[in-house]
Design a binder for this molecule. Structure first.
Ligand SMILES: *Cc1c(COP(=O)(O)O)cnc(C)c1O
Length: 382
């Protein structure tokens, strides 16, 4: 059996141990400490945000952002439908109601047309959302100019879920800096990792102070333990922040490696009719976290599911594109706005899309194993 090939495994830089060792030597094993402060400062500087708060996960960052925006029971929050469930779960934590917005074909991200329609209906009904969660899928930025203009028109803040797009940019501006809040994840499969962790960023320094307060059990300034509001235990540990510092040092290399992987897949497969790679919008730079493509069964004679199966048989981990959240049993009954009437882009991407192994440590030999498997299957049926 061939060695198992993973979709997006961790890729250490070699410097992690240095920072972990420092933490151990100075006994900074407690959560918080110098690595946490340094990691926050280094990440904020890297993306050009005023402030960053290191947290236990990207999900925690989204939850805190919603909480800071005053999202509560009975409120609605607009959210991209084509994403990982973590984008929307925190809406439920707050007892609020998600309204899902479809993708558009040029970025696979939130459709400004569908968003506009959702806003118009919400305004008519006299109930605007408290926030809009915009996801940058697989590293590609959403159409931020259009989305910002719509949201600003209704004076509704954006939470930019940049969990998959650290290192990407839109019109020269780093991903994660477009909304009131930006969210990053350092889960094991992301472009850089702390094994588990996240970051909440914003230019609003005072609000992020409040985020730190909420993330440490909302402890009032008093000599004893006093609490006036609900708090969370959401901070990142000093040891994990040490891993993050070493990872951030090589982020640029990781982006280049993933983009190179994309270009190799593209070179090998893009000529095949019916195979279409995820586009990169003009004036944007995707970190190409995952190389993804769609399979038009009418042209290839073979479905994305059969291709996934063949890859699995070769011990290659590939996945379908995210299942849209409006199709998830968890969100049954939630409102959904398609890109156009009778044209749901996210549903089409889900049924035709494949994510290929894309780790920054993927060898050329491994990549060719994937390519050969796909070509073999496609030629048999074409
Ligand atoms: C990974 C991910 C998250 C959640 O991050 P965690 O650190 O795993 O909690 C949120 N949104 C998207 C789009 C993600 O891919």
């Amino acid at each position: 059996m061939n060695k198992k090939m993973h979709l997006s495994p961790p890729h250490l830089s070699g410097n992690e141990l240095k920072y972990i060792q420092e933490a151990l030597d100075t006994n900074w094993i407690a959560p918080l400490g110098p690595n946490v402060d340094a990691f926050e400062n280094e990440l904020a500087r890297y993306i050009g945000a005023n402030e960053a708060v290191a947290l236990s996960s990207g999900t925690a960052a989204i939850h805190l952002a919603l909480s800071l925006l005053g999202v509560n029971k009975g409120d609605t929050v607009f959210c991209s439908t084509l994403t990982f469930v973590a984008s929307a779960n925190p809406i439920l934590y707050q007892g609020a109601e998600p309204v899902f917005v479809d993708s558009e074909p040029e970025t696979w991200n939130m459709s400004p047309e569908a968003l506009e329609k959702a806003f118009k209906e919400a305004a008519l009904a006299g109930k605007l959302p408290k926030a809009v969660i915009v996801v940058n899928l697989y590293g590609q930025s959403a159409k931020m100019d259009e989305i910002l203009s719509i949201c600003n028109g209704y004076d509704v803040p954006i939470i930019e879920d940049a969990a998959e797009s650290l290192g990407s940019s839109y019109k020269g501006k780093p991903s994660g800096t477009f909304g009131k809040f930006g969210v990053f994840s350092f889960n094991g499969n992301k472009i850089i990792t702390t094994s588990g962790g996240g970051m909440l960023v914003s230019d609003d320094v005072d609000t992020l102070k409040k985020a730190r307060f909420l993330a440490t059990q909302s402890r009032d300034p008093a000599p004893h333990y006093q609490h006036s509001e609900i708090g969370f235990n959401y901070r990142m540990s000093n040891i994990l922040a040490g891993i993050g510092r070493a990872q951030l040092e090589v982020l640029e290399e990781r982006v280049n490696a993933r983009r190179f992987t994309f270009s190799q897949y593209y070179e090998e497969l893009s000529y095949i009719s019916g195979i279409h790679f995820m586009p990169e919008l003009e004036n944007t730079m995707s970190n190409r976290w995952l190389t993804t493509l769609t399979v038009d069964e009418k042209e290839t004679g073979i479905s994305s599911n059969v291709l996934l199966q063949s890859l699995a048989e070769e011990n290659i981990e590939a996945r379908p594109v995210w299942k849209p959240l409006h199709l998830q049993p968890l969100f049954e009954g939630a409102k959904y706005y398609p890109h156009k009437d009778h044209h749901s882009v996210s549903e089409q991407l889900f049924t035709t899309g494949i994510c290929l192994p894309s780790g920054s440590n993927l060898s050329e030999e491994e990549l060719m194993r994937v390519v050969d498997c796909l070509k073999h299957e496609l030629k048999l049926k074409v």
